[in-house]
Ligand binder design. Structure first.
Ligand code: PLP
Length: 388
């Protein structure tokens, strides 16, 4: 049994999150739901499921439902589906497009998504067009020429922190009959709600800030329209292709989300303070963070985002690859690791990961800002920059 719904449907997102989207368990009074480990569910003497919809856990279980309902509420969407990872969620959306179709994807986004789309499209006779969605007119022109079936955006983009105009692109999607999916992982649903800006699907790697503790892989897709054929396809895709989130991971995710609004608040404050500090730093050439008034997409970010601008930023240091690696090597609080959205701050030299030919500048460091005390983060970066 899932926990009873909270009695007030008009609660603020912070309050919904604090209760994990549910009240107490009706059978036991427990204020947190148990881990639902059952893979199969019993039927009664008339062979009807004892709990409607509960047949086999690849289809649904009470813990998925509670977690999915909470995320759907945060996104102002109709329904959500959890997946085994962010990439499983990306793949489920991409598979909507049939052979012979076209996907128009933002360029310069999370390299795993680009890598998957290139492989998937090449293997399935789908045309893939990549274009910088933050160059609005060029992107709209590309849309008019390519007439895509699916448009893929990532807002803000990882690692360049570009911000695409979701309302304008979604208007154009409607005129060419394209579906619009937005990966808003680096923002979280508290900051960016793509569905309210016209997107058909909002997607998150739940591995990142939604869970926030760097201890599970997960993904989630939320739909604006639960009745659309595309949504029915995605739902069936999860069930038949089987990229479901494990029970323990679902439980951990719901537990992590209880503190999402507090974490996002602190991470936003830390990121903005660090970005402002680095902007003035003599060893920094450029700070890429849409929360800074000088960022080229700040005005657009301000229009679309609420509660801040997220906790991901990149900096170009003055110097080359060796200097960048020297700075990362000297950091003591920031951990040298990939990923983002956790309580701990991380630094990454993306060029080392993506390699020559990726276009990632050799002096770029990507920073995921955590919930530490900001003065420790500033002191850590300052002492590391003093090494070059
Ligand atoms: N989308 C973005 C923006 C990401 O940064 C990542 C991972 O870093 C993913 C999707 C993929 O998520 P996962 O690692 O959970 O598969």
């Amino acid at each position: 049994m899932s926990n009873t719904p909270l009695k007030t449907s008009s609660l603020h997102a912070d309050s919904l999150l604090a209760h994990g989207g549910g009240g107490y368990d009706a059978a036991t009074g427990a204020v947190v739901p148990p881990i639902q480990t059952a893979t199969t569910f019993a039927r009664d003497e008339a062979y009807e499921p004892i709990v409607p919809g509960h047949i086999y856990s690849r289809d649904a279980n009470s813990l998925y439902k509670q977690t999915e309902n909470l995320i759907a509420a945060l996104e102002c969407g109709a329904e959500s589906r959890l997946f085994a990872s962010g990439m499983a969620a990306v793949a489920a959306i991409a598979r909507i497009v049939k052979p012979g179709g076209t996907i128009l994807a933002q360029s310069g986004i999370y390299w795993g998504t680009t890598h998957f789309l290139r492989k998937h499209c090449a293997h399935n006779d789908i045309a893939l067009v990549e274009s910088d969605a933050s160059e609005l007119q060029t992107f709209l022109d590309e849309m008019a020429v390519t007439q895509p079936d699916l448009v893929w955006l990532e807002v803000p983009s990882n690692p360049y922190l570009k911000v695409a105009d979701i309302p304008k692109i979604s208007e154009n999607c409607k005129s060419v009959d394209a579906l619009l999916a937005v990966d808003a992982t680096a923002a979280t649903p508290l900051i960016l709600k793509p569905l309210t800006l016209g997107a058909d699907f909002a997607m998150h790697s739940a591995t990142k800030a939604l869970n926030g503790h760097s201890d599970l892989l997960g993904g989630v897709v939320t739909a604006r329209d639960a009745e659309s054929d595309a949504w029915k396809f995605i739902t069936e895709e999860r069930q038949v292709a089987g990229a479901v989130l494990g029970s323990f991971e679902t439980w951990l995710l719901l537990r992590g989300m209880r503190t999402l609004s507090l974490r996002v608040e602190r991470m936003n404050q830390n990121t903005l303070a660090l970005a402002e500090h680095l902007l003035q730093h003599p060893k920094i050439e450029l700070v890429l963070f849409p929360g800074l008034p000088g960022h080229p997409h700040h005005a657009l970010a301000k229009e679309m985002m609420t509660n801040g601008y997220g906790s991901l930023m990149s900096v170009l240091i003055k110097g080359g690859k060796e200097d960048a690696l020297k700075v990362t090597g000297a950091l003591k609080v920031f951990q040298r690791a990939t990923s983002l959205g956790g309580t701990e701050s991380l630094v990454e030299h993306r060029h080392t990961i993506e390699g020559d030919g990726s276009g990632v500048p050799e002096n770029l460091l990507r920073l995921s800002i955590g919930i530490e005390h900001v003065s420790d983060l500033i002191a850590d970066i300052d002492q590391a920059l003093a090494e070059i």
